[in-house]
Design a protein around this ligand. Structure first.
Ligand code: AVJ
Length: 327
């Protein structure tokens, strides 16, 4: 491995400030909230990442297919036609498939790729996926978005930088955290740079419910795997059979919500946090929000974050938008 460099914030040990200490602290904090919650960024352990890759192939989940088709069809325009070699930084690269498609279909010379993901499994997969492409330098940052992007901006090449924030990953952020994140991306960029944002659009409720509560129950497994991960990594005592997956459309907030609903009264302990919870029958743990947008709303959010202008490519059948914001 000559070109790939890994930069990690925290070792997978139980030291204060380490990944597992933060995981334990956030699990305790979110489970104590009312309604009870868990942060969705913790879905992506190796099994969770594999289940998410399976979700992306489900006929009912169109986000990944729609976005990949737009990237393949419009790669030269999306990458820009500047002659200078490009740095691409991707927030939440996952398998690296979409980035590879963009580079393969584009005509632009890419000299540096910065991969940012909380999942070590995803970073390893993406690095392998990009291996055959003519990229001088690949840097992997195991970080959350804002922190990872700061590292990426610090070690960018001399040419312009394109930030990819795809897959409707921004949809996990409640307002005003979504606007803060767009602004912190904008603040890492300079004139000539750009942001490519992929967002799922509002669509009929029955389509959304099939996408987030699929007939093969892969999404249910993805959701319940979070409890399995807490059991294995933090000494939790969740009975996986005592929770069922629920997805619902919150039309007022424009978001799909995923919950884990307790089928009976139960006591749960998490050893790493000294947490003891009494969970009532029918009580839920809210594990994810996936906001859905209107195209104009996305343009307005970019303008509010300080971007100069936005250009959009929309799949009207799948209801998915790619927006390229110039700085
Ligand atoms: C990766 C956050 C964009 O919200 O659609 C898929 C995750 N959750 N099915 C989404 C997910 C359930 C996905 N994001």
């Amino acid at each position: 491995m000559s070109r790939a460099h890994f930069s990690e914030s925290a070792a997978a040990k139980n030291e204060p400030g380490s990944f597992s200490a933060l995981f334990a602290a956030e699990v305790a904090e979110y489970l104590r909230r009312m309604p009870r919650q868990l942060p969705s960024k913790y879905f992506y352990d190796p099994l969770g990442s594999a289940l998410f890759e399976a979700i992306c192939r489900l006929p009912w989940y169109s986000v990944t297919r729609a976005e990949s088709a737009l990237l393949a069809a419009h790669a030269p325009a999306l990458l820009g036609d500047d002659a200078a070699p490009l740095t691409i930084a991707e927030l939440g690269c996952g398998s690296g498939d979409k980035l590879a498609t963009l580079i393969e279909r584009g005509t632009r010379q890419v000299d540096t790729v910065q991969l940012i993901d909380v999942s070590a499994a995803a970073l390893a997969m993406a690095t392998t996926r990009l291996d055959h492409l003519p990229i001088a330098r690949i840097v992997a940052h195991q970080h959350t978005y804002a922190e990872g992007l700061r590292h990426a901006a610090d070690s960018r090449g001399d040419g312009p930088m394109l930030v990819l924030f795809l897959g409707s990953n921004i949809g996990n952020f409640d307002p005003p955290a979504d606007a803060c994140l767009l602004r912190s991306i904008r603040e890492c960029l300079r004139p000539g740079d750009a942001l490519l944002l992929g967002t799922d659009l509002v669509k009929p409720e029955r389509e959304l419910l099939l996408a987030y509560d699929d007939p093969l129950q892969i999404t249910a497994a993805f959701n319940r795997n979070l409890l399995r991960r807490i059991n294995d990594e933090l000494g939790g005592t969740f009975d996986l059979d005592g929770f069922v997956h629920r997805a619902c459309w919150n039309g007022r907030e424009h978001r799909v919500e995923m919950h884990l609903v307790s089928t009976r009264a139960q006591e749960v302990r998490v050893a790493a946090t000294d947490l003891v919870l009494e969970i009532a029958e029918g009580e839920s743990i809210w594990t994810e929000s996936s906001y859905k947008y209107e195209p104009e709303e996305i343009l307005a959010a970019g303008a509010a974050a300080g971007f100069a202008h936005g250009e959009q490519w929309i799949d009207q059948v799948a209801r998915f938008a790619l927006t390229r914001f110039a700085v």
